[in-house]
Design a protein around this ligand. Structure first.
Ligand code: FES
Length: 179
């Protein structure tokens, strides 16, 4: 092979390598965002759950000896492909544990998901669907509910109560968050 043929062959190899590199970079630039776009909605959780939501002013939450109040949880409703702002995501029961701490309980019954009501006369919660009863701490005292009411983490920011809103699997003794 002559010197010029060798140089030409090296150039061809370098050019091929450059083209292959360019093709790989182009594929990555096109495919990665595309795949990410397609998968992104599937990674979202229904109901915009697991995020802190402002639900009430601390001063408006009943004290430890008072009766709980029901408050709506408002937030962005997200399903696989759509987002709807300011939707009602659920209801929770609130009561103070101390001057600065708040107890929050999911209003969804762990039995089959009916809405748990307050039975103020008997200082307890009651689920009217199949007659499960809970004390004001959320412990199940009677009925088919497999566990007590589901507690939610709370925090107070700038005088506002925030709740880490979640929903839970029904009909299970163990508490399993749906996210
Ligand atoms: S859904 Fe509450 S007792 Fe059945």
């Amino acid at each position: 092979m002559s010197e010029s043929e060798g140089t030409s062959s090296s150039r061809r190899k370098a050019l091929k390598a450059l083209i292959a590199l360019g093709a790989a970079a182009w594929a990555a630039a096109v495919l990665v965002p595309g795949v990410s776009y397609l998968l992104h909605p599937l990674k979202r959780r229904a109901g915009d759950t697991g995020r802190w939501k402002r639900v009430a002013k601390l001063r408006e939450v009943p004290g430890a000896s008072g009766m709980p109040v029901a408050v709506p949880v408002i937030g962005e409703q997200v399903d696989a492909w759509t987002r709807a702002p300011a939707q009602r995501l659920g209801t929770i029961w609130l009561r103070k544990k101390s001057d600065t701490e708040v107890i929050a309980l999911q209003a969804e019954c762990p039995h089959l998901g009916c809405s748990i009501q307050l039975d103020a006369e008997h200082r307890r919660f009651a689920c009217p669907c199949h007659e499960s009863f809970f004390d004001l701490e959320g412990r199940c005292t009677a009925g088919p509910s497999p566990r007590g009411m589901d507690p939610l983490a709370t925090r107070v920011r700038d005088g506002q109560v925030e709740v880490d809103f979640k929903r839970f699997r029904t009909q299970t003794r163990n508490r399993t968050s749906l996210g």
